[in-house]
Design a protein around this ligand. Sequence first.
Ligand code: 5GP
Ligand code: ZN
Length: 147
Amino acid sequence: MSETKPVTAECVFCKILRGESTAEIVFRNRNAIAILDINPIHYGHILVIPRSHAESFLGVPEEELADLIHATRKVTEAMVKSLDPPGYNIFSNNGEAAGQSVFHCHFHITPRYRDDNIRFLLKLKRYEGDEMRRYAERIRSTLSGSA
Ligand code: 5GP
Ligand code: ZN
């Protein structure tokens, strides 16, 4: 999946970051902002958004990653303390095929409740023969070829 050109002028999250659109901001640091999702899975559903416009996680500048993960940790902790859900999910949709609808990278953090009937509809596969090793080898060899 390749990165496409920045479209910061029209991007809803860039507008929120610039203060041109309103949002319920719960946290910000140098390189990330956390807001409430306008259409929550459950009340208290948070989005953590890196300052730079990058369509997917892989486009977030290296120097912003620490602040992004730190913001994610801070707001998750506050959400758990304040709302006391029995569980929570942290996830990020990257690419239309993965369900992304706003093409500025973000993490979702949502409270979860027993029997809330929210789940990915999974059709789990099984590796046959040496397929598992071959998939691991493809990933390992790409990693060993990179810095
Ligand atoms: P995605 O589908 O890309 O993983 O998630 C995008 C999320 O952004 C959705 O859950 C959607 O409800 C939320 N969203 C879209 N537009 C706005 C907006 O203008 N303000 C806020 N607070 N959330 C938004
Ligand atoms: Zn943007």
